[in-house]
Design a protein around this ligand. Structure first.
Ligand code: GUN
Length: 286
């Protein structure tokens, strides 16, 4: 059996087209959605992500700007800028690209962002709301994965879902969303004793490991939905995911490719969250 491919690029484009009318309506009422992306340091991968985020906003008529700091910047300067942006009525979303240099207290930076502008969904208040099953901002990557399930008509109720990876950015919020959707959820990590035992039971398998081609076909239950969150650069410069696409394609029921899978959906859901933030603000102002 060859798996059906879930086309994240096409779904992302479809959703972004749909956002344009909402952006226009907000702009007409004087609430043009605005996102600021803060980048500290010059990590090449982060620079690409940040550029794509800003360009994604501009392409659908939103306002967006990038603020960059030298890697050695005093964290107080970044915190001061966040406080300014929190008070700026034209800015609806603030995103600090992670990871930050080691001399930063990452948690303190994320907590400094006003919860109503935290379009990443990383502020403790937003994490708590998600954990309680009443989310305000859903972290963009797992939110994008949920949209892919929706598009692929994947019913999650009562399914065995296995998430590999327990990061705050993907693994944990992904697990919470799957729990909220009624799946039976297992979260694996690098210390998990018998990973294959878990993955082979999974109707839904989400790989957020950060290791190229880590999940191979023999680890997948026939007919499973396999979601590849990884973006790894191989020595030859090509991108590949955490899933060995060729071997899993023959076993899975549905699978996401890399590139063209989860990646484009992450930025799409960042746009969605920023528009949502602007709509909430506009509703309060009306
Ligand atoms: N670094 C990798 N993924 C993300 C993300 O979704 N948001 C932020 N802020 N940083 C990241």
């Amino acid at each position: 059996m060859t798996a059906q491919i879930i086309d994240g690029k096409a779904l992302a484009e479809e959703l972004r087209q749909g956002f344009k009318a909402r952006v226009e309506a907000l702009t007409a009422k004087g609430h043009k959605p605005g996102l600021v992306v803060i980048l500290v340091g010059a990590d090449p991968a982060s620079e690409v992500y940040v550029r794509n985020k800003v360009n994604g906003c501009l392409a659908i008529g939103m306002h967006s700007e990038k603020i960059t700091y030298d890697a050695a910047v005093n964290p107080e300067i970044v915190l001061k800028k966040i406080a300014e942006l929190n008070a700026d009525p034209n800015i609806h979303g603030i995103l600090v690209q992670l990871p930050l240099p080691r001399h930063f207290d990452e948690e303190a930076v994320l907590e400094a962002i006003a919860a109503e502008k935290d379009v990443d969904g990383f502020h403790a208040e937003n994490v708590g709301a998600l954990a309680q099953g009443n989310p305000r901002f859903i972290p963009c990557t797992p939110y994008g994965v949920m949209k892919m399930f929706e598009k692929g008509n994947v019913d999650l109720t009562g399914k065995e879902a296995v998430v590999i990876g327990r990061s705050n950015i993907v693994g944990k919020p992904m697990a919470l969303l799957l729990i909220n959707a009624g799946a039976t959820v297992t979260v694996c990590n690098s210390r998990t004793k018998d990973l294959k035992f878990h993955t082979r039971r999974a109707d839904i398998l989400v790989a957020a490991v950060g290791k190229p081609k880590f999940v191979t076909g023999d680890m997948v239950k026939p007919g499973a939905v396999v979601i590849d969150v990884g973006i790894n650069r191989l020595p030859d410069g090509k991108l590949c995911g955490d899933v060995d696409f060729a071997s899993c394609l023959e076993v899975a029921g549905q699978i996401t490719p890399v590139p063209g899978g989860v990646g484009p959906m992450t930025i799409t859901m960042l746009l969605a969250n920023t528009i949502e933030a602007a709509e909430r603000k506009a509703a309060l102002a009306d």
